[in-house]
Design a protein around this ligand. Structure first.
Ligand SMILES: Nc1ncnc2c1ncn2[C@@H]1O[C@H](COP(=O)(O)OP(=O)(O)O)[C@@H](O)[C@H]1O
Ligand SMILES: [Mg+2]
Length: 598
């Protein structure tokens, strides 16, 4: 008896479908791509339950006649290429002829209603209903020109897949990503995303991508975008990148497009990050929208059925070109900005406010003429404005004996090194303390205590209004309860505006809209809410990090002592909330080894 059997068509389809259609967002992606290929000027996406119950995409594109409509659901049926040769020069988003057949094989039902655009008015359209992968109904129907495809109960008959879907809102967040990323590059098409009974996103047809970008990234970010361009023989690059001052905690905001296709490319993301490498702290990512027009023969989009990955010929050259273009744009923007600052510095020196230590520029930039005009300039935080500066390690003995209460364990602070570490001496040897990690630990435990005692919430003196992006709105609903418990009071304020009345009491730093928004954004970047306990812990960690003394902050003598005292009063003083060490002790023996004394 033979053991090898050829699978029947249904099984083959389901297996293949798994690669193209992974979740509701993949359905949305494939249907939108078809609508774009059809020459639509308007695309409406309606979903229910994060697309799990329903995805309906309506366009005003070229439509299909009855024959094509029937063929469209056949596997490998496509109007976009006619042979293998065409794979070398793909100009449409689709070409594999797999999407509709795949969707039909994994959804409970698919309804297609379509009418050819060019046909005379009055001619009826075609309706085809597919149930469980088979044509269940077919006939004529009144229809406007264009196509509507309605997909119900995705994976109803594929329990293994259905199980892996996330909550409706988590799936919805992915759908928002798909719709918005296509809206940016297809700004000549108006998009609308409708879910529940709400329009989550809407863009208007426009000449440039400024309109969709503004709607997606918000005006704060849009204001801080710098245009980039570059051109070589095979590639032209256009894009907009964020200034180094606006960063995100995840690389999700690096949006890359190749010939109008939204792609995830490690090579491109790396090239973007490279341009910012020395400009932004590690763990932070820039914002960038990058569109490449590239000779189709130089790029392979046929790497994976979902067509999200691409492979480039001469990848390194391309990456270098992109990094370079961003670098130049950032530099130019910086030059423009620093011009007025240098002016100020000059004035300051003339006025004699420089501290006379040869750092006139720096001093003036911080304390500058504003210091003369009153308390407008930035005041150093947490130190009550005292002017005492860090002592260099070589400073005189008398200053080391400054009047501060002794530290536990006989620890003696020697100074601060590299604006990063407190250097101290204790019974066990030389002690180095990472000031940021230590401050984070202290904050974290304080916040946790406040949370337990129900005193974490702090009413804002004046409420802060935020404008959330479509995806953030969806995430906010997901995080809502946990946020409330952690001290946030956030109310809808009409449209995409939200009113924040209370925030966790971590000090004054959460008073400005940008900072509150930033905290929420970082939180949303974590993705789905896990268990309630982990979600709360994530919020605590994030807040702890927010309010803490940063690396690079010059600490006063008193600040160092206060921080160490607080650190040693912690339950877990040895690590920061993320598990990194706060303290490293180098024993006399280790030191001797380093110096070759042993
Ligand atoms: N919204 C639409 N408007 C017009 N034609 C469509 C639409 N969606 C699908 N089609 C037709 O159905 C065919 C099959 O679609 P699909 O399975 O997505 O494969 P592909 O897009 O790779 O060609 C397309 O080639 C196109 O001719
Ligand atoms: Mg397609």
């Amino acid at each position: 008896m033979t053991r090898i059997k050829l699978l029947d068509k249904e099984a083959v389809n389901k297996i293949a479908a798994g690669e193209v259609i992974e979740r509701p967002a993949s359905v949305v992606k494939e249907l939108i791509e078809n609508s774009i290929d059809s020459g639509a000027t308007r695309i409406l996406v309606e979903v229910a339950e994060g697309g799990k119950r329903l995805v309906r995409v309506t366009d005003d594109g070229c439509g299909m006649d009855r024959e094509d409509a029937l063929l469209a659901f056949e596997k490998h049926a496509t109007s976009k290429i006619s042979g293998a040769d065409d794979l070398e020069r793909i100009s449409t988003l689709g070409f594999r002829g797999e999407a509709l057949s795949s969707i039909a094989s994994v959804a409970k039902s698919v309804d297609l209603t379509t009418k050819v655009r060019s046909e005379d008015l009055g001619v009826t359209g075609t309706h085809i209903r597919i149930e469980d992968g088979r044509i269940a109904d077919e006939g004529e129907v009144g229809s406007p020109a264009g196509t509507t495809i309605e997909v119900r109960e995705l994976f109803r008959n594929v329990p293994a897949r259905r199980k892996y879907l996330k909550s409706g809102r988590a799936e919805l967040a992915r759908i928002v990503d798909v719709v918005t990323s296509y809206a940016v590059i297809n700004h000549h098409i108006s998009f609308e995303l409708f879910s529940g009974n709400k329009t989550l996103f809407k863009s208007v047809r426009s000449e440039s991508w400024n309109d969709p970008i503004l709607r997606i990234l918000g005006s704060d970010v849009a204001r801080n975008l710098i245009p980039i361009t570059a051109e070589s023989k095979h590639v032209s690059v256009t894009g907009a990148v964020g200034r180094q001052t606006v960063t995100r905690s995840s690389p999700d905001w690096i949006m890359t497009y190749v010939n109008g296709r939204f792609v995830r490319s490690r090579a491109l993301s790396r090239a973007v990050n490279e341009a910012y490498r020395t400009l932004i702290p590690s763990g932070r990512y820039p914002i960038a929208v990058i569109s490449l027009r590239i000779d189709p023969s130089m790029v392979d989009v046929n790497v994976h059925p979902a067509k999200m990955e691409v492979r480039f010929l001469r990848e390194e050259e391309l990456a270098e070109m992109l990094t370079d273009a961003i670098h130049r744009a950032l530099q130019k923007a910086e030059e423009k900005e620093s011009a007025p600052r240098q002016m100020k510095a000059l004035q300051a020196t003339e006025l004699g406010v420089s501290e006379g230590d040869g750092k006139a520029d720096e001093a003036a930039a911080v304390h500058g003429p504003a210091a003369l005009a009153g308390p407008v300039g930035p005041v150093e935080e947490g130190t009550g404005g005292e002017v005492q500066r860090t002592l260099p390690l070589t400073s005189g003995r008398e200053r080391l004996d400054l009047d501060v209460a002794p530290l536990p364990g006989g620890l003696r602070v020697l100074g601060q090194a590299l604006k990063l570490y407190i250097v101290a001496e204790g019974a066990e040897g030389l002690v180095l303390v990472d000031q940021h990690a230590a401050a984070e630990r202290v904050r974290y435990e304080n916040l946790a205590k406040k949370h337990v005692s129900g005193t974490i919430s702090q009413e804002l003196i004046s409420p802060v209004t935020l404008e959330l992006s479509p995806k953030e709105e969806v995430m906010l609903e997901d995080w809502g309860e946990v946020l409330e418990e952690m001290g946030f009071e956030i109310y809808p304020f009409g449209g995409n505006a939200y009113n924040v009345r209370s925030v966790p009491a971590i000090g004054q730093r959460l008073e400005s809209p940008e900072v509150v928004h930033d905290v929420l954004r970082d939180l949303f970047a974590l993705g789905k809410v896990g268990t309630e306990a982990t979600a709360k812990d994530e919020i605590l960690k994030l807040l702890a990090c927010r309010g803490s003394i940063k690396a690079g902050h010059e600490m006063t003598w008193k600040e160092m002592h206060d921080l160490l005292r607080e650190l040693f009063a912690c339950e877990n003083p040895k690590t920061c909330p993320h598990g990194r060490p706060t303290t490293v002790t180098i024993s006399p023996v280790q030191l001797e080894k380093i110096f070759g004394r042993r």
